[in-house]
Write a protein that binds this ligand. Sequence first.
Ligand SMILES: *Cc1c(COP(=O)(O)O)cnc(C)c1O
Length: 237
Amino acid sequence: MSVPVAPSESDAAVDVAGNLARVLAHVGAAARAAGRDPAEVGVVAVTKTHGPERIRPAILAGHVIYGENRVQEAEAKWPALKAEFPHLRLHLIGPLQSNKVRHAVQLYDAIETVDRPKLARRLARIMTEEDRRPDCYIQVDTGEEAQKAGIPPREADAFIRLCRDELELPVAGLMCIPPLEEEPSLHFALLREIAARNEIQGLSMGMSADYETAIEFGATLVRVGTAIFGPRESYSA
Ligand SMILES: *Cc1c(COP(=O)(O)O)cnc(C)c1O
């Protein structure tokens, strides 16, 4: 299994530490502008498609939370990085297939894409077997896109009850990925509303293009890739 490398720019050409500092400053400013404590908003630095040399400056700058969207890709680069830096926390932000659940439970500290009953039941069983309980975020398909991942909004309340109350998964929050062509704030508002009526605190929403808006709407985690690590190959969207 080879680690993918970013093709467009060499690692040295991207000022990862400078980009990270800028994003963190914007996150702090957006939180304060919304009357929130900046400490309430975590940044998931999204490293998909990038190799360890691109990631390392962020780690050395003290950043702790990272996100990957493919279990296999993460398995190729993160075990070594986590062995070297055991305090790092890795979030899965892409779809989780049932046959990868055990690997995901072993590798990730949070799984942000819990989106169907079969997956939730399997996670509950394997977390018990592995004696490891990564935080779970329930992904809501706020755009109701037929082929998109996420539980439809009208099924969200029942699915939250299944995950949190029946299966006793460690549900830390909700997560959404708004459709590209739509106004993200409508989706952020919907996710916030579903969380509020279910008394859920965590909201993972907002990416490089819209994380400041997401913070205004209550995001507790924003997932930022391009603005920190530079451009990716297009396949990774
Ligand atoms: C790639 C990805 C991100 C980061 O996207 P950027 O636009 O590069 O910040 C955030 N969330 C998910 C689910 C992703 O797959």
